[in-house]
Write a protein that binds this ligand. Structure first.
Ligand code: FAD
Length: 406
């Protein structure tokens, strides 16, 4: 059990969930949630999906209305954390206010990785992580506008699909040899590439944008590393994120590609935890350190820390899962589909309903499903329990997956 106030820095998925779970778990002392965005805490996934289409207002994104924070006695503090005095257990905010903590939780998330090429600072070069960025972008999406998307990761492709559906001319430029190469198998990359191409999106692989061209401050196009030029009115950059580790680093906490925490999500300071996108945590399940960027990771980390702070400590052992909506297709992933040595396809790719079962040393490590929610839920249950089925069973359409859960 923790004595004294819990101060949470960052009111994204992880920070909000921690505050809510602490109250749900009976935590009775002060909770302050430091929110540096000018909105009630909100969900990010719709920013590149439904919200971008422009049919709903920002109120549809909030986790809870304002009265929730009053009713649950959660102090939502609009400010930004500036420094931590670990010896005095004090957090100082940009406004100059200092807050005492019994336990401090860093849920600072990640920020856009910025493009470092000529003209990258022009007004028509945009990013997509915050509500303000999505709000600004959705007003720009007018039929006929030419947009170049830099990066064919989840966010770049989700944006591209929405922009195309709204009648824009869309080119996607990606340095890797296939789309979403870091995250999914070639089977899934190929499927999504062909689906996006069929809608008229032009995908350029194995090339880099080397500069953005402009006349009188207006973007006119981009130049590629192979010498080609693509005309454009708008450039949207989706080249990944950087974890917000600076606050931790300045307080002499250990950081690498994230704030380093153990299997309990604790830093080396027993009074400070880190959760969500910013946390590089020790995973017993995967035998190494992981930093994940997903809603599942953020909310499950939060629940784990809430349990610890209310006297029910348990090592974090959540099974990663993720989704991405691209046009009419839903991609869902369970487990970690990296480091596999064999992929077995179940279902019908031509019908747009199939899954890639990924194996390492004959053991199932992850499942990527396209429009097959049943396979995904099966994967979450089976992998969550440490189970497996053979590659032959996965490939056999007559094999009843449910029987493997018994
Ligand atoms: P964040 O949501 O980044 O929140 C961190 C908060 O901390 C931010 O508000 C930040 O401004 C604030 N902060 C940082 N420093 C300070 C400071 N010093 N003081 C105060 N506040 C600070 N995941 C999925 O699983 N499925 C999806 O389909 C999906 N789609 C996505 C679409 C988009 C457009 C984006 C951007 C992300 C998407 N994600 C998706 C990823 C998911 O949203 C993130 O993994 C999740 O938001 C991580 O939550 P978090 O609380 O760790 O970090």
């Amino acid at each position: 059990m923790t004595a004294g106030p819990v101060i949470i820095v960052g009111a994204g998925h992880a920070g909000f969930q921690l505050a809510a779970s602490l109250r749900q778990d009976g935590f009775a002392e002060r909770i302050a949630l430091i929110n540096d965005e000018g909105h009630l805490p909100y969900q990010r996934p719709p920013l590149s999906k439904a919200y971008l289409k422009g049919t709903s207002g920002p109120e549809t994104l909030v986790f809870r209305p304002e009265k929730f924070y009053h009713e649950h006695n959660i102090d939502l503090v609009t400010d930004r954390a500036a420094s931590i005095d670990r010896a005095a257990r004090k957090l100082t905010l940009h406004s100059g206010t200092s807050l005492d903590y019994g336990h401090l939780v860093l849920a600072t998330g990640a920020r856009n990785r910025l493009l470092d090429i000529p003209n990258a600072n022009l007004e028509a070069v945009r990013y997509l992580r915050t509500l303000d960025e999505s709000e600004a972008l959705r007003h720009l999406l007018k039929p006929g506008l030419r947009v170049v998307v830099i990066g064919a990761g989840f966010i770049g492709l989700e944006f591209a699909a929405t922009a195309r559906a709204k009648g824009l001319e869309v080119d996607v430029v990606e340095l890797a040899a296939r789309v979403m190469a870091r995250a999914v198998t070639a089977e899934i990359s190929d499927y999504f590439q062909s689906r996006h191409t069929a809608t008229g999106i032009r995908i350029h692989l194995g090339v880099q944008v080397t500069s953005i061209e402009a006349t009188d401050g207006r973007v006119t196009g981009v130049s590629l590393s192979d010498g080609r030029h693509i005309p454009a009115d708008l450039v949207v950059v989706g080249v990944g994120v950087l974890p917000n580790v600076e606050l931790a680093a300045e307080a002499d906490l250990q950081v690498a590609s994230g704030i380093i925490v153990d299997e309990h999500l604790l830093t080396t300071d027993p009074n400070i935890s880190a959760i969500g996108d910013c946390a590089l945590y020790k995973s017993e399940r995967f035998g190494g350190s992981l930093r994940l960027e997903s809603v599942q990771n953020a909310t499950d980390h939060a629940r784990c820390v809430a349990a610890r702070l209310t006297g029910h400590a348990k090592a974090y052992d959540g099974l990663p899962w993720f989704w991405s909506d691209q046009g009419p297709d839903k991609l869902q992933m369970a487990g970690l589909t990296t480091g596999y040595d064999r992929v077995v396809v179940r279902g019908d790719r031509e019908q747009g309903q199939f899954s890639a079962f990924c194996y390492r040393d004959g053991h199932l490590v992850g499942i990527e499903s396209v429009n097959r929610a049943g396979d995904h839920m099966f994967g979450r249950r089976l992998l969550g329990a440490g189970g497996s089925i053979t590659p032959e069973q996965a490939a056999d359409p007559s094999f009843d997956l449910k029987s493997a859960l018994k």
